[in-house]
Design a protein around this ligand. Structure first.
Ligand code: FES
Length: 156
């Protein structure tokens, strides 16, 4: 088994062992694997399915149900641009377009260097601060297109 695959298998095994191979803990198991790799590699899902004696289709349906879980590699930093009404009327779309241009990706995509994943949300309850951008849980209010570069520069 190649080293990377072996490391993955060992890591998944240790997560499973931590939960006593309890299929009732499937969501937590997937969250822990996601925390390690920023997404859920197919091999990991196969291993989870096998060890928990749970059909792979069921593991996939849980993995696709939760927005926080991803089947494709995600960036180290998650950017959410709020496109709720209050942010929208204050120019959130222009902020999003600037982000897309600077990162050279579209909303929903991840940069090839796996640094950023760009997504949109609909109202995060901070309308007075709009337009709002959230990076790794940190809120940036009154966002403008000319602030985008500075915000992105905070992340390595
Ligand atoms: S619409 Fe953006 S925070 Fe409410």
């Amino acid at each position: 088994m190649p080293t990377v695959a072996k490391e993955l298998a060992e890591k998944v095994q240790s997560v499973l062992t931590g939960y006593d191979n309890d299929k009732g803990m499937l969501v937590s198991i997937l969250q822990d694997i996601q925390a390690e790799y920023n997404y859920l590699p197919r091999e990991a899902l196969e291993q989870v399915s096998e060890r928990l004696c749970t059909p792979l289709s069921q593991v996939y349906s849980v993995a696709t149900f939760f927005k926080a879980l991803s089947l494709v590699p995600r960036g180290r930093h998650l950017i959410n641009v709020c496109l709720g009404t209050a942010c929208h009327v204050r120019g959130a779309v222009r902020v999003l377009e600037t982000m897309e241009r600077d990162l050279d990706i579209k909303s929903g995509e991840t940069t090839p260097d796996l640094k950023f994943t760009l997504e949109t949300v609909n109202c995060v309850g901070a309308c007075a601060l709009g337009p709002v951008v959230i990076v790794d849980g940190e809120y940036y209010g009154q966002m403008k297109t000319d602030k985008v570069k500075d915000v992105l520069a905070n992340y390595t």
